[in-house]
Design a protein around this ligand. Structure first.
Ligand SMILES: C[S@@+](CC[C@H](N)C(=O)[O-])C[C@H]1O[C@@H](n2cnc3c(N)ncnc32)[C@H](O)[C@@H]1O
Length: 276
């Protein structure tokens, strides 16, 4: 691997930026580059909402709840549980990294949750392989920094983040490398959360799932900018063992409190863990 970096000093983050080159491009990269392009960046939010029957939003809300569960609350949380005023603790904002941030749906939800109510504010950094998706995200995320790169080689310093998330990334990457990078950039007691689609195990759910992808394959003839995704996503999900591999990689790397949960007839799952 050929890695050339320069250091940019930005408030709250020390990031290594520019010129990160990955010479070993694997199938997942090639597939992601065919799936997510400049021609479908602007329609991504609508397509993901419709294609998941609105479940995407509910899954992302679950990701936020999982992060909050793993983090210790501010002291003001316990003193005034019903208060809606901002957290009065003079604590620095939490730093969050959203891997495969795409058009910024999850990043902006995390940012917003941190910026109101009794939560500590959150500075959100997004990273994604597809430049045009980041351009769309820029319109949504106000405070954060967006980085164009791969989740397998993170251009950030050790112990930079309190939490790291990814939604729909795990099936495209060398998950061992991503988990190891998450470990490196997370602070002690930091939390990592992976979310992605799963192939349901129940036979009724499976036939509904397969029938649905048959419809998507027909739709690919008219919705051409999404044709590769509509045609191939079912095979990618079926072939992927991201859930087992992620749990194994987390355990092998030293993460603790590893847990997972399925959602919506086991069509998606969320895995979380803490860096001790
Ligand atoms: C289905 S989109 C999900 C976007 C966002 N996480 C969401 O939930 O809306 C998948 C994203 O993964 C990104 N991606 C795929 N492989 C990647 C990699 N190796 N490193 C960083 N991003 C990657 C793609 O560019 C794309 O934006």
């Amino acid at each position: 691997m050929n890695v050339k970096v320069s250091i940019l000093k930005i408030p709250n983050y020390d990031i290594l930026s520019k010129g990160v080159m990955v010479s070993q491009v694997h199938d997942g990269h090639a597939r992601a580059s065919r799936f997510f392009t400049s021609t479908n960046a602007s329609s991504y939010d609508t397509v993901v909402r419709i294609a998941t029957f609105g479940q995407d939003y509910l899954w992302k809300r679950q990701i936020l709840d999982v992060i909050d569960k793993h983090h210790l609350p501010c002291s003001c949380d316990s003193s005034s549980p019903s208060s809606s005023s901002p957290c009065s603790d003079d604590l620095p904002a939490r730093t969050h990294l959203d891997l495969a941030s795409g058009t910024g749906i999850l990043s902006s939800l995390i940012e917003r949750r941190g910026n109101h109510g009794r939560q500590r504010p959150r500075n959100v950094v997004g990273l994604d392989l597809t430049f045009d998706y980041l351009r769309t995200a820029k319109k949504k995320c106000s405070t954060g920094l967006l980085t164009n790169g791969t989740a397998e080689v993170l251009p950030y310093r050790e112990q930079s983040f309190d939490s790291v998330t990814s939604s729909y990334l795990a099936k495209y990457v060398d998950i061992e490398r991503v988990v190891s990078e998450c470990w490196r950039v997370l602070k002690h007691r930091g939390v990592v959360v992976f979310h992605d689609f799963t192939y349901p195990s129940n036979s009724l759910a499976r036939s509904l799932w397969n029938g649905y992808f048959k419809i998507l394959r027909s739709a690919a003839k008219t919705v051409t900018s999404w044709a590769p995704v509509f045609r191939e996503l079912d095979k990618v999900v079926k072939m992927s063992n991201w859930l087992g591999q992620t749990m194994q990689a987390l355990e092998g790397t030293g993460f603790k409190n590893i847990s997972f949960r399925f959602y919506t007839m086991r069509t998606s799952a969320i895995v979380s863990a803490n860096k001790p």
